[in-house]
Design a protein around this ligand. Sequence first.
Ligand code: 5GP
Length: 207
Amino acid sequence: MINFNDEIFKNLCVVSAPSGAGKSSLIKKVCIEKNISVCISETSRKPRKGEVEGVDYKFIEKEDFQERVKANKYIEYAIVHGNYYGTSIESVTNQVKKDEIVILEIDIQGAEIIKKKIPFSRSIFILPPTLKILEKRLRERATDEESVILERLKNAKTEVTKAPLYDYILVNDDFDNSQSQLTIYINDINTDIAEKIRKEPLIDIDF
Ligand code: 5GP
């Protein structure tokens, strides 16, 4: 039985964002630092062009995912845009034990579960500057069909309303600045959550 109150889970840092906000690119850059890694999630979503098994996700069948849910293999899981996504307890525990900062790139539902289970973990929400820019980024990415883009835009409107529940909010308007800021938040391991000051004001966003 894993004790989530253990000090080692202080190393956990949740990062959420609406699809297309630039979260994955920012995190890839931040992970160049030696002591930071991402916990690779499991998903029932089919791989996109260019995605690599075990690097982007562990891609598994829906039925296998459901079996693993029943067997309590996930610290959190959620259905996002119609697919299952989850963080394996075994993977995350092995990583935090190495005394590395471990990033969970997960959605708002998963973030809420982690905050309940591990209140002293950190959480960061990345916002795009505007919905128009988000839409432009999703289209430029050209990895999803129109119906998927529209669903992701619709979900983005709900997701941004949850931003105030996170310890930090970061507006990704300039990639280099956002990268530096994200690195600071992710490394901010020793500040008591209760003492944390929101470094970014809650701005008026045109969502
Ligand atoms: P995508 O399909 O674009 O890779 O991811 C869709 C959403 O699922 C994103 O918001 C991403 O952060 C979220 N996600 C990825 N892995 C997990 C996970 O393990 N748990 C949860 N709850 N969400 C995840």
